[in-house]
Write a protein that binds this ligand. Sequence first.
Ligand code: PHE
Length: 343
Amino acid sequence: MIDDIELSQRQAMERVETATTLEHLREVETEVLGKRSQLSTFKALLRDLEPNERKNVGRAVNAARAEVERAVGERRALLERAERRDQLESERLDLTESLTSYRVGHHHLVTQTTELLEDVFVGMGFTIAEGPEAETDWYNFEALNIPKAHPARSMFDTLYLDLNEPESTVLRTHTSPVQIRVMDATEPPIYTVAPGRVFRRDTADASHMPVFHQIEGLVVDRGITFGDLAGTLESFTTEYFGGSIHSRLRPSYFPFTEPSAEFDINCVFCEGAGCKTCGRTGWLELGGCGLVHPNVFRAVGYDPEVWSGFAFGFGIDRLALMRHGVDDLRELFTNDIRFLEQF
Ligand code: PHE
């Protein structure tokens, strides 16, 4: 009988150890330890045995049950751990996908162009200056030799801010007020460029935007001539566009420079041969320039008999378009990612 008990224990243990789920284990447990189990029937048989034998067999049955119970406990703990692991695994969030599809952005074309321009001018010995986008009438007009009622005011479609006296505060119409701020703050010699955002009351079309960007140049030193201006713009042009593109100056008018000129470069699309973009002239207009007007020097307290200088200003956005062969200014401000990511 002892052998039968041992055999029954071994079979029970085997069943316990092959249970694969907690539910399966519960079924096995009732089968091998429950009222109808073999081990329980041995207990019922004890009654009919000799007291001595009953003691031995009873001990064997109890030991067998204890072993099987221990095996069930161990198996349960194991299955519980496995089940918990499976659950965690199934609930795991796969974050690697969002990591791999994450793309690093880059600077906007206008920012890239501004930085490249700064690099070229810094390479030529210029420093970088900045000024505010909201300006007073003094900086945007008056100090630049454009008094109130001067006809040149109509050159600029000005946006006024509803601040202080009427028409006393403007969104700057050009970067030229930074010339005044730089001269206010420092003594010559000055070799500075000032990039920035400017504003005009314009309706958006392929070549106009109410908000755009300019870069201003200002040089103040002794004995500066128109030749220095022409040479500086030519060096800049060949440096920025490569050796095949050159510059030219055409007489023009600005209140803050005298003489004044329009600054053109060879058309970058046809390299001067004449095409649709340049209106068959072979030239593209980039901006204005000239020698600083004596009245501008007087406005900042510089002696025009001692100091001379030149200034220039041109559009950054148009330059970016020319360099990349884009024909609509609005593309730069629509911020369509499919357009922007090409640059
Ligand atoms: N400020 C002028 C403009 O916006 C350009 C310019 C700058 C002209 C400096 C001469 C000297 O049109």
